[in-house]
Design a protein around this ligand. Structure first.
Ligand SMILES: [Fe+2]
Length: 347
C-alpha cells in the first residue's frame, strides 16, 4: 500500500518535472528572414506589442477576482450534421474555437481541441466543463485542419495526433508551428505566413493577420506566428478569427479580400481587462469586428468550454447581447451557438 503510494507520488513528481522540461524547452530552434512582422528572431504585431511579463502575470494572479465556473455543464443533444453533398455550407460548433465545416466537398476543422485540459500537463491547467459537441470518435473524415496559433487551447497535441492517425488531413499552421507538428510525427503539414494562400480542390485558404502572440513555454515567446484564416470557395467566404485583440487588421482583411459571408469571432477570455484587453476581444469589440469586417453574419466562439480568464461562464453571452443592442444589431447578425449545434448557409 505504502509502496503503491510512493510509486504514485514518484510518478506524479516525474511527470511534473517532465512537464516543466517540455514547458521550458518545447521547440527545436529555427529562424526566419526579417519581415514587417518578424525581426529576424521573433514575430511581432506591426502596430506595436504590449506583451505581459512575469510580474504582470503575478499581479493578475494575486488580485484576481475570478468568478467560479460550474464543474460540469451538460450539452444538449443535437443531431449530427448533414455532410451529404449539397449546395450548402454546413457548420457545427464543437467547442471553444473548434468548428466542423463542410464546403465544396471538403471537411475542415478549426483549432481542434478534444482533450480534457488546455494545458501541457495532464493534471493541471484549464479543465473542460462540458463535452465536445461532437466527440472525436464520431467525426466524419477530415480533409483539412487549420490552426490559428500555438497556445494550448488552440493547438492541442493529443487531438492533432489522433486526427493525424485517423484521417491524415492536411494541417495548415502558422510559420514555426510546422516544426512542432513534425516533432509529433505529423508529415502532412504546410506552414503559412500572413497573406499566403493555399488552394485545396476549389477552396482557397488565406492565412491572415491577428493581433495576438504565441508561446508554449517560457523560452519560445513569439518564435511562431499567429493569425486568422479566410476560407473562400468561390461563392462564399468564411472568416475564422482565431484568437485576437481588436485592431486595424479587420478592416485590412475586408479591404484586401472582401467582406466575409460568415465570421467566426471570439467573445471570451477578456477579464480582467487591464491584462486581457490587448490580445483578446471583449464581446463589444467582437461586435465592432463584425462591423469592421462587414460580415453578413457572425457566430460566436471561444467561450463556455475552458475557463481561461476571470469572467463567469455566462458573462460573454450577456455582454455580447448588450454589445449587439448598443449597435442596433441582434441575434440574426451575430449568433451565439450551442456546443453541437449545426447551421447551414445557402449559396
Ligand atoms: Fe491565444
Amino acid at each position: 500500500m505504502t509502496l503503491l503510494r510512493r510509486e504514485k507520488s514518484f510518478i506524479k513528481t516525474l511527470s511534473a518535472i517532465l512537464g516543466l522540461l517540455i514547458f521550458l524547452f518545447p521547440f527545436p530552434s529555427f529562424s526566419y528572414e526579417v519581415l514587417d512582422h518578424h525581426d529576424g528572431e521573433k514575430f511581432f504585431n506591426p502596430g506595436g506589442d504590449e506583451l505581459k511579463g512575469f510580474w504582470q502575470v503575478l499581479k493578475w494572479k494575486m488580485t484576481s477576482k475570478r468568478v467560479e465556473w460550474p464543474e460540469h455543464v451538460p450539452n444538449k443533444n443535437y443531431p449530427l450534421p448533414d455532410l451529404l453533398p449539397n449546395q450548402k455550407i454546413n457548420l457545427t460548433f464543437i467547442n471553444h474555437s473548434t468548428f466542423l465545416l463542410k464546403l465544396k466537398g471538403l471537411t475542415i476543422l478549426t483549432d481542434p481541441i478534444f482533450s480534457d485540459r488546455a494545458s501541457p500537463l495532464s493534471f493541471a491547467g484549464p479543465k473542460r466543463v462540458r463535452g465536445a459537441g461532437i466527440p472525436l470518435e464520431l467525426l466524419p473524415p477530415i480533409d483539412v485542419v487549420v490552426i490559428s496559433h500555438n497556445h494550448y487551447d488552440h493547438l492541442d497535441e493529443e487531438s492533432i495526433k489522433l486526427l493525424d492517425g485517423k484521417f491524415h488531413p492536411l494541417f495548415l499552421v502558422p510559420l514555426g508551428d510546422e516544426e512542432l507538428l513534425k516533432k509529433w510525427g505529423v508529415q502532412n503539414v504546410k506552414a503559412m505566413d500572413w497573406w499566403n494562400e493555399e488552394r485545396i480542390k476549389d477552396v482557397k485558404f488565406i492565412f491572415t493577420p491577428a493581433l495576438h502572440w504565441s508561446a508554449r513555454g517560457l523560452t519560445d515567446k513569439n518564435k511562431c506566428l499567429w493569425g486568422s484564416f479566410m476560407i473562400d470557395d468561390g461563392k462564399s467566404k468564411i472568416y475564422f478569427a482565431g484568437d485576437t485583440g481588436f485592431g486595424k487588421h479587420f478592416s485590412e482583411i475586408r479591404k484586401r479580400l472582401g467582406p466575409p459571408d460568415l465570421a467566426l469571432l471570439p467573445i471570451g477570455a477578456y477579464k480582467p481587462q487591464w491584462f486581457m484587453h490587448y490580445y483578446h476581444l471583449n464581446p463589444e469589440e467582437a461586435v465592432l469586428a463584425h462591423v469592421e469586417l462587414r460580415a453578413s453574419q457572425s457566430i460566436a466562439m471561444h467561450f463556455g468550454t475552458f475557463q481561461m480568464s476571470d469572467e463567469g461562464i455566462e458573462e460573454p453571452v450577456l455582454d455580447l447581447k448588450r454589445g449587439l443592442e448598443k449597435f442596433g444589431l441582434g441575434e440574426k447578425d451575430f449568433f451565439i451557438p450551442d456546443q453541437g449545434e449545426s447551421f447551414s448557409l445557402s449559396q
